[in-house]
Design a protein around this ligand. Structure first.
Ligand code: CO
Ligand code: ZN
Length: 332
């Protein structure tokens, strides 16, 4: 499991530039002898199970937050904007890499104010002495992601982009453990694009697949760190969560109740989740067409949207177990 997550997290795939991570996921799916297709926006879709029954869309976004180059200074420094929710306080001294392997370090101009200065006061140093040498490596519009290799400490993994490569790993592992014969209906396992900039890939694939039910698999915030921003009971290591609500969706009670029932029947630990700020692909899926009853399963994660996100391997295993039992369940 760790090796799979490590491979997924090491891959490049900011919102809108998912080519590399999609190729890595496609290779894993080929190993499982499953068929897939890629839609117009770049979502990767695996269909499994008998047609004719209820259709379920299970979505995990494969994109990650990142930076995009906006301007190149005469002296070779790059200016950038954000792709998704970059946290400014984690930027100075952080390394990023581009699709072609170019590595840069983020620096910050002298800050005379106490509040966050805004991204215009940061720059990216790729070791170029002028605009011309910078342009030999990087163009305006190129994107970069954090350079932060995975590390394991006991049951805890830290890496960049565990949001949401850990969700992708949960889908891949569930796919490998489920045989089509045990599925009561058709399941679309979708690795979506552009979640971090507004749930965009989920919107088009929900329309295309026209499911009866939707489920997003993503990470969620925890309350088990010193003075968390919001009070929440969600802790690392106490099981995946069954989302009840976040800023983009109020999960359909039929789906949340089914998830909780399945977890209890199978003795899988879970935590109810109310996320006061943030959203997942469930937010787009439930609003597709004339509305789709949708829920979400989350893996608790610390330090979301920093270069060192952290998850617990037990939560990952229990997340896979819950997703597997849920998809096999006849009560949809
Ligand atoms: Co995110
Ligand atoms: Zn996410």
């Amino acid at each position: 499991m760790k090796e799979l997550i490590q491979k997924l997290c090491a891959s490049f795939g900011p919102a809108g530039r998912e080519g590399q991570i999609r190729a890595v996921i496609a290779a894993e799916i080929e190993k499982l002898k499953e068929e897939y297709f890629v839609d117009t926006l770049g979502n990767l879709v695996v269909r499994k199970g008998p047609a004719g029954g209820k259709k379920i869309l299970v979505a995990a976004h494969m994109d990650e937050i990142g930076l995009m180059v906006t301007y190149i200074e005469e002296n070779g420094y790059l200016r950038f904007t954000n792709l998704g929710g970059i946290m400014q306080q984690t930027l100075p001294g952080t390394r990023v890499f581009f699709e072609n392997g170019t590595v840069g370090v983020i620096g910050q101009e002298k800050n005379k104010e106490t509040r966050e200065p805004g991204l215009s006061k940061y720059y990216l140093d790729i070791g170029a002495e002028n605009r011309e040498t910078a342009l030999a490596k990087v163009k305006i519009g190129d994107a970069a992601v954090y350079l932060a290799p995975l590390h394991q400490e006991g049951k805890r993994l830290t890496a960049k982009s565990l949001d949401n490569r850990v969700g992708c790993a949960v889908l891949l592992e569930t796919l490998s453990r489920l045989s089509a014969a045990t599925l009561p209906g058709e399941v679309f396992f979708v690795f979506t694009v552009q979640e971090e900039v507004g749930l965009r890939g989920a919107q088009t694939i929900a329309y295309r697949t026209k499911p009866h039910y939707g489920l997003a698999v993503d990470v969620t915030r925890v309350g088990d760190t010193p003075e968390p921003e919001f009070k929440t009971n969600v802790s690392l290591g106490k099981g995946p969560t069954v989302k009840v609500m976040d800023s983009a969706v109020i999960c359909h009670p039929k789906v949340t109740n089914l998830m909780m029932d399945v977890a209890e029947k199978n003795n899988i630990p879970y935590q109810p989740e109310v996320l006061e700020r943030g959203g997942t692909d469930a937010g787009a899926i439930h609003l597709s067409r004339d509305g789709i009853p949708t829920g979400a399963l989350s893996i608790p994660c610390r330090y979301i949207h920093t270069p060192a996100e952290m998850v617990d391997l037990d939560d990952v295993e229990n997340g896979i177990a819950l997703l597997q039992e849920l998809l096999k369940c006849e009560q949809w």
